[in-house]
Design a protein around this ligand. Structure first.
Ligand code: HEM
Length: 408
């Protein structure tokens, strides 16, 4: 790979094109070469995939293995001083997002029934109730308030805790540890510390559920004798982490994006029937779970390049979702766009298990918030909003908002 471009600090992370747009460096890379060799800071070689078609192809092809773990032991360039992965990592029991078929299939299959469109539809009323109650609590506060703390984080946390059967009162433990886990620039010791704290907590929880199952997803899983406690713990970890950080950030960053696009916001308020399309478009436009890793298990042709066996392949969903070859005028937020086909929930066998749940939460969340807070606005200048460029899931750390009318 003699033409490899050195990228001294890994992928550009700075939001130099604004809070919602990809870093300029990433856009330039996609324009120059959508499948591009790169060199990680530690000197090992890999590939960066930014074009829509190529990213989709990587995610659809299980020869691009997912057996690179999700940051517990080594994320290739974001954890300073870590060895480069040159072979698949050992599997972490239960963590099926980092497994390949048939191990992946065996575990995912045990959960598909719990997350079907039909099951999620049945939960919709209940999720709307949870959302409205949280909005009641929000309305009782005196603005300005932090929308992340008072709304965007509690709603998905309450929902996933209830579904999984994790006591919401324990959220201090699992929220601080899971947040810690998503910090990009931290030592391995810190990462392992947060991981151990969370898994110790969850191992005790699933052990109790195995002894005395209740009416929740983890109890249903605990009834499967062929799942070990370690596997149950790994699955619980994955669902808990994936189930609240992502949706919480979508609610907060999505609200910020709408407030910054007043024309679109006004249209959405005037016609709430547009909310499902707006949610898809916000998913595309914000792509807050951006970077995913794969590992080439053999030489593979991709976008006119040959990816050699053993390469680490980095895909950027944000770059792919802003590819003008796939979406017209991709850097414009357009709630009338039919954005389905975006890659924000991934693609292929690992496509997001919780996507229907996330959609229902986002629809209920945006619908309730816009309806009940017609004068919602930022309480600080937009350029002072603290962006999560330091985290593996993008979003805002806080979103101070205010309103002038007493909400209904
Ligand atoms: C997988 C994004 C919400 C559970 C994924 C993947 C993406 C993603 C991109 C694919 C990862 C890969 O291919 O390596 C999102 C976004 C969400 C969201 C943007 C919110 C807006 C949720 C929720 C749950 C969830 C609410 C709740 C249970 C999972 C699980 C996987 C996954 C278990 C692994 C699936 C597998 O490996 O087969 N998600 N997700 N996600 N997501 Fe989500």
């Amino acid at each position: 790979m003699s033409q490899a471009l050195p990228i001294p600090e890994g992928l550009p992370a700075e939001r130099d094109a604004g809070p919602f747009d990809p870093p300029r460096g990433i856009t330039r890379m996609r324009e120059a070469r959508p499948v591009m060799p790169l060199i990680f800071p530690d000197g090992h070689e890999g590939w960066l995939v930014t074009g829509y078609d190529a990213v989709r192809q990587v995610m659809a092809d299980t020869r691009f293995s997912s057996r690179l773990d999700i940051g517990i032991v080594h994320v290739p360039y974001q954890t300073p001083g870590m060895p480069a992965p040159t072979e698949p990592s050992p599997q972490i029991p239960g963590m099926f997002i980092a497994m390949d078929p048939p191990d992946h299939t065996r575990l995912r299959r045990k959960l598909t029934g719990a997350f079907t469109v039909k099951r999620m539809k049945m939960l919709e009323e209940h999720i709307i109730d949870i959302t409205e109650r949280q909005l009641d609590a929000l309305a009782r506060l005196t603005p300005p308030v932090d929308l992340v703390k008072e709304f965007a984080l509690p709603v998905p946390s309450l929902v996933i805790c209830e579904l999984l059967g994790v006591p919401y009162e324990d959220r201090e433990t699992f929220q601080s540890n899971s947040a810690q886990f998503l910090v990009k620039d931290q030592t391995v010791e810190e990462k392992v510390g947060a991981y151990n704290a969370l898994t110790t907590y969850l191992a005790e929880l699933v052990t109790r559920k195995r002894a005395e199952p209740g009416d929740d997803i983890l109890s249903d899983l605990a009834r499967h004798d062929d799942l070990t406690i370690e596997e149950l713990t790994g699955i619980a970890f994955l669902l808990l982490l994936a189930g609240h950080e992502t949706t919480a950030n979508m609610l907060a960053l999505g609200t910020f994006a709408l407030l910054e696009n007043p024309g679109q916001l006004a249209e959405l308020r005037a016609d709430p029937g547009l909310i499902p399309d707006a949610v898809e478009e916000l998913m595309r436009y914000l792509s807050l779970a951006d970077v995913f890793y794969r590992y080439a298990t053999e030489d593979i042709e991709l976008g006119g390049e040959t990816i050699p066996k053993g390469s680490t392949v980095v895909v950027s969903l944000l770059a792919a979702n802003r590819d003008p070859h796939r979406f017209d005028d991709p850097d414009t937020l357009d709630i009338h766009r039919k954005a389905r086909g975006h890659l924000s929930f991934g693609h292929g066998v690992h496509q997001c298990l919780g996507q229907q749940l996330a959609r229902i939460e986002m629809r209920a969340g945006f619908d309730g918030l816009l309806r009940r807070f017609p004068t919602l606005h930022l309480a600080i200048p937009a350029d002072q909003v603290k962006l999560r460029t330091d985290m593996n899931i993008y979003g805002v750390h806080e979103l101070p908002v205010a309103w002038t009318e007493t909400p209904r």
